[in-house]
Design a protein around this ligand. Structure first.
Ligand code: ADP
Length: 745
């Protein structure tokens, strides 16, 4: 890598939460790699106007928690013209910048590619007209670019998530929760318009996460006569016990003929045909605002880290890339193709090619459209034949999203003609026969509620309780078991399948769905509840960090996670911690000495804040208190140290949109698995999980191969590979020019 590289970063087009995390990571990774880094303020307009300034490490400190973009963004008419781009090229080259990371939507990236291809011609013209000397032009014959997609719409083809989409979903779902509570009090109907001109992602996912009754999205326009269908659906839901009605309309919703469907039109339909007073809420810019979600902080940090590496290592004549997310990993996409595929979807929607548009959105989007359609409508007719009895229970620690999962189990189970029994209080409740049959309306409102309505217990049935458990299963005439829970839930299920020889009652289909804030379950990269806990931690850290504005202070913060460091590491990435302590790595005296020296040196150098995050079991001896005292003692009054044990606030609160969507998706696979087994007459025990972006089933009998039973966590944990990014973006002073690991899959 050429250490004399000069790298520019700009944010362009619509702003999106998480852009700051990306900018911070680009800047700091660039500095680590030995580059000089510059901000181009206000998008391409800043290039045209020469608003370009060098950035140092601290210039991008304390910005992770801020919405918008601290380097400004704009839509630039000048940059759309060749004279504008000539000025931009000259201004960049005045500072020797020929490498750029551009964070923006498909428009900004289109402009980027045009600029890149024009670059040699622009330089030639500048030299010819005296705007640039020939030597400078000759030294920078090529412009190297990398794109990051900043767009709350999540509309870029080829990347699973764009920067800002998760935060926008947070804003929408917070609003829907708030509206639902007032709507339910008055039995009212609300029509809510959300952003998304060509992409229904926000509307669809918000409808799933918010438990809305009906959704209208651009890619899947409703059939003619949809008004009647919508009204019927709302009536049926009301008859089945729903107190409020909510219709979501994407900004770009349209009918099959291509005519726009507005929120006002939907309201009129509801008033005329339902004789009900409907209220319209247009969420508008609220969706772009507010603090970025945990995901938009950690993922954007990884994206920025990867983009700086990509653009600084680009070789002459290479293809430019967009750095995106695929299968939950950082991935490189060819920029030109990603942008043109994205534009093609918009064109397909406008041209009425809805099948093409849906195909471009990918299989999990299509799957969600189907799941949503099933969940939002009470089942009309029950399947013929005997109703199979499936019990749903929680076990293990509480995880936000357990209610969402139980609700999905009830509604999707009923749809498949099952009788769904809710078990109160985990395995002890099952042994006592404490079950209730759940109807469609019994789980009304559960979609967004924290806690667990059915209750959860950590207890795993002891050997001497297995007989009673078997008897309870027989007495209740259960045909299948859905277990939504954490590590102990999996242990219990594993015990059941391995004890089938002795207890034939356990020979029924058993499916486990991962729900644990610790994210320590086998067969799933993410478990239900972990994202909520991470958001809780990040919000708490924002407040803790703010409380330190006056003094020089070190915070030692302890997170949950049991023997899994997921929450600590990801919170470290998302909140910009200088150091994280994980149980997977342990803690040693030698390391503590180095850490302390580093910390003291950084305070001496003018740093005001140092954040260390310690998982609750990182070490038996070096507890949070011991760690804080060591740091305090070694500071000799240079700074003070505060400790915060975050405790149960991590498990509380309503589930995040991601956890609601994950719960719904995993349970829809679990119910399909159970239904398939009941149909086929098999009795497999399985655990389901998210692997990359797919839902995969694993046999419970082989669980011990995947799990380190003594450490109570999976043997392989994908996220441990993300650690180098923390060092690169949070730890100042690592020698510049050092090679950094590449994170790409
Ligand atoms: P987004 O990047 O969010 O899609 P826009 O489409 O408004 O937003 O694009 C942002 C900016 O990128 C524009 O104001 C313009 O400066 C630049 N840009 C977009 N398309 C082009 C283009 N075809 N040629 C040159 N510049 C463009």
């Amino acid at each position: 890598m050429d250490v004399s590289s000069r790298l520019g970063v700009l944010t362009s087009g619509g702003d999106a939460q998480g852009m700051n995390a990306a900018v911070r990571a680009v800047v700091r990774t660039g500095l680590h790699l030995g580059a000089e880094v510059f901000a181009v303020d206000d998008g391409w307009q800043g290039a045209v106007d020469g608003h370009i300034r060098a950035l140092a490490w601290d210039d991008v400190g304390s910005i992770l928690n801020r919405g918008g973009t601290v380097i400004g963004t704009a839509r630039s008419a000048d940059f759309r013209t060749r004279p504008g781009r000539l000025r931009a090229a000259r201004n960049l080259l005045e500072r020797g910048i020929d490498r750029l990371v551009v964070v923006g939507g498909d428009g900004s990236l289109t402009g980027t590619e045009l600029f890149r291809t024009e670059w040699p011609g622009l330089l030639e013209e500048l030299v010819a007209t005296g705007g640039l000397d020939a030597a400078t032009a000759a030294a920078h014959p090529e412009l190297f670019v990398a794109g990051l997609v900043g767009s709350i719409d999540n509309d870029m083809v080829g990347t699973e998530m764009t920067i800002g989409a998760d935060s926008a979903l947070h804003r929408i779902v917070e609003a829907l929760d708030a509206i639902a509570s007032t709507a339910a009090s008055h039995q009212r109907t609300f029509v809510v318009e959300v952003m998304g001109r060509h992409c229904g992602y926000l509307a669809l996912m918000a409808a799933v996460a918010g438990g809305s009754d009906y959704v209208l999205i651009p890619e899947s326009p409703p059939a003619p006569g949809w008004e009647e269908e919508m009204v019927d659906k709302l009536r049926e839901s009301r008859a089945a016990g729903r107190r409020e009605s909510m219709v979501l309309v994407a900004e770009g919703a349209r009918d099959r003929a291509g005519a726009p469907i507005t929120a006002a039109y939907v309201r009129g339909v509801l008033q005329d045909r339902l004789s009900e007073d409907a209220r319209v809420t247009i969420l508008g810019h609220v969706q772009r605002g507010g603090a970025p979600s945990a995901y938009d902080r950690w993922m954007s940090t990884l994206l920025g880290y990867a983009a700086a590496q990509e653009v600084l290592s680009a070789e002459p004549g290479g293809e430019p890339h967009v750095v995106g997310v695929r299968h939950n990993r950082i991935t490189l996409l060819p920029l030109v193709e990603a942008v043109s595929a994205t534009r093609a979807v918009a064109t397909a929607v406008d041209a009425g090619d809805y099948a093409g548009a849906m195909a471009a959105r990918g299989s999990s989007f299509t799957e969600m459209v189907r799941t949503y359609a099933t969940m939002s409508r009470p089942p009309v007719a029950t399947a013929p034949g005997p109703r199979r009895r499936v019990a749903v229970l929680h076990a293990g620690g509480l995880a936000p999203g357990m209610n969402t999962a139980a609700r999905a189990a009830v509604r999707l189970g009923l749809d498949r003609g099952m009788t769904v029994l809710g078990v109160n209080g985990g395995f002890p409740g099952l042994i006592d026969g404490d079950v209730v049959e759940l109807a469609w309306h019994d789980v009304e409102g559960w979609v967004g509620e924290g806690g667990a309505g059915l209750g959860t217990r950590r207890a795993v049935p002891e050997v001497e309780q297995l007989y009673a458990l078997g008897r309870a299963i027989e007495r209740l005439e259960l045909d299948g078991l859905l277990i939504i829970g954490g590590f102990n839930a999996y242990l219990a299920a594993h015990r059941m399948v391995t004890e089938r020889d002795r207890y034939p009652a356990f020979a029924l289909p058993i499916v486990c769905v991962p729900a644990s804030i610790d994210n320590n379950l086998p067969g799933s990269e993410l478990s239900i509840g972990a994202d909520t806990a991470l958001n809780n931690i990040v919000e708490a850290l924002d407040k803790i960090k703010q409380s330190a504005s006056a003094a020089k202070r070190c915070f030692v913060v302890e997170t949950m996670g049991r023997r899994c460091g997921y929450l600590a590491l990801m919170a470290g990435l998302a909140a910009g911690a200088e150091r994280v302590y994980l149980p997977e790595e342990g803690m040693s005296l030698a390391e503590l000495a180095t850490d302390t020296e580093r910390m003291v040196a950084s305070f001496r150098a003018g740093r005001r804040l140092f954040l260390a995050i310690r998982n609750e079991t990182a070490s038996d001896l070096y507890t949070t208190d011991v760690l804080a005292r060591i740091f305090q003692e070694e500071g000799h009054g240079l700074y003070d140290v505060r400790q915060a044990v975050l405790g149960h606030l991590q498990q509380g609160g309503n589930p995040s949109p991601f956890d609601r969507i994950l719960a719904t998706r995993l349970v829809s696979h679990a119910i399909a698995d159970l239904a398939g087994q009941l149909e086929a007459g098999t009795a497999e025990g399985r655990y389901l999980g998210l692997v990359g972006s797919d839902v995969v089933a694993h046999p419970l009998v082989h669980m011990d191969e995947e799990v380190d039973l003594s450490a109570r966590r999976p043997r392989h944990q994908w996220w441990l590979g993300l650690r180098p990014a923390i060092e690169a973006v949070s730890r100042q002073g690592t020698p510049a020019g050092e090679a950094l690991p590449v994170l790409r899959a």
